[in-house]
Write a protein that binds this ligand. Structure first.
Ligand SMILES: NC(=O)c1ccc[n+]([C@@H]2O[C@H](COP(=O)([O-])OP(=O)(O)OC[C@H]3O[C@@H](n4cnc5c(N)ncnc54)[C@H](OP(=O)(O)O)[C@@H]3O)[C@@H](O)[C@H]2O)c1
Length: 292
């Protein structure tokens, strides 16, 4: 059942990795009108077609044209931003600022910014600082807001250094480092339910499907693959990146090391939600199956 004040939800970037999972969850819930906000120019997209076939309305807007964006958001109660940064252009602030301005003028009630990671202190990383700066705008906007923190997407274990094909794990911190992770499927479900729980109104929600150490995730990978993995620990990435020491890590490696070393969530809100997240072992089994 939807909360009576929220009927129509627009997912900006609903064809992306995160956005698609959230769009699916709203469609599965069945009690919301779901709009997928896409950028102009309109182009063919399989995920958009799939979401449309499940009942979503695909809406296009030119983000640089305020009136166009306001028109696309008219009648929307909740905007879920799942926009990404553009490696060659706009950061998280610039990509989302037009959306927030239009949401205000379209009388949207609640805005969920594109957070969906861990919490960090200001000055930790340029990408994260941009999210923090945008968050300050959201809080000043007068719209209701909810920040949703989920740790790492469990589907991104490979990205983080768990290399299934080569049975090799690269840790950017000690193996004992605890790290929250959540599956995309559950992130979608958590997002839907934030509209129903009072603590989410102007709140920060921390959830995780699992909160294990790097070594404990590795043990699951080893058990599922039936083999012992090679482990490389590289805790010096951020120092080498900053001081350009050989081998100089890439921007991406520095970002991954930042996430593992500096990311945290604080107290979890899982108990405020009606469901139990999928066991991480099941997600890892699926990842191993896909890799073989
Ligand atoms: N915690 C984690 O492990 C983790 C991992 C990955 C991402 N994230 C977070 O999840 C969020 C979404 O990331 P994602 O990887 O799902 O993004 P993504 O797959 O790149 O999708 C974002 C979608 O938004 C639209 N878009 C992209 N750039 C835009 C821009 N500059 N302006 C307007 N629209 C734009 C695109 O849709 P159209 O072309 O259809 O308009 C795109 O499909 C980000 O906040 C990211 O930091 C977290």
């Amino acid at each position: 059942m939807s909360d009576s004040q929220f009927k129509t939800v627009a997912i900006a970037g609903g064809t992306g990795t995160l956005g698609y999972a959230i769009a699916e969850a709203f469609l599965n819930d069945g009690s919301y009108n779901v709009k997928i906000l896409r950028r102009k120019p309109e182009n063919e997209n399989e995920k958009a077609k799939l979401l449309a076939s499940k009942g979503a309305e695909i809406v296009y807007a030119d983000y640089s044209q305020h009136d166009d964006l306001v028109k696309a958001l008219k009648g929307t109660d909740v905007v879920v931003s799942t926009l990404n940064f553009d490696p060659k252009g706009a950061g998280f602030y610039d990509s989302q600022a037009p959306l927030l301005a239009a949401a205000k003028d379209a009388s949207v009630k609640r805005f969920i910014p594109s957070e969906y990671g861990a919490k960090f202190k200001t000055g930790t990383h340029v990408l994260i600082d941009d999210k923090i700066k945008f968050g300050e705008e959201v809080e000043k906007s007068g719209l209701e807001y909810t920040y949703i923190y989920v740790g790492l997407f469990q589907e991104y274990f490979g990205w983080l250094g768990y290399d299934i094909k080569n049975k090799k794990a690269t840790f950017y911190d000690d193996g004992s480092k605890i790290f929250p992770t959540t599956s995309l499927h559950d992130i979608g479900k958590y997002t839907v339910e934030t509209l129903k729980i009072p603590e989410a109104r102007n709140g920060h929600i921390n959830v995780a499907g699992a909160n294990l150490s790097l070594n404990e995730y590795l043990e699951i990978f080893e058990k599922v693959t039936g083999s012992k993995w090679e482990v490389v620990v590289d805790k010096d990435v951020k120092n080498r990146f900053k001081n350009k020491i050989d081998p100089v890590p890439s921007f991406l490696e520095d970002f991954k090391a930042t996430i593992v070393q500096e990311g945290q969530l604080g107290k979890f809100d899982n108990d405020k939600f009606s469901f139990t997240p999928k066991p991480v072992t099941e997600v890892i089994e699926e990842l191993v199956k896909q890799a073989s």
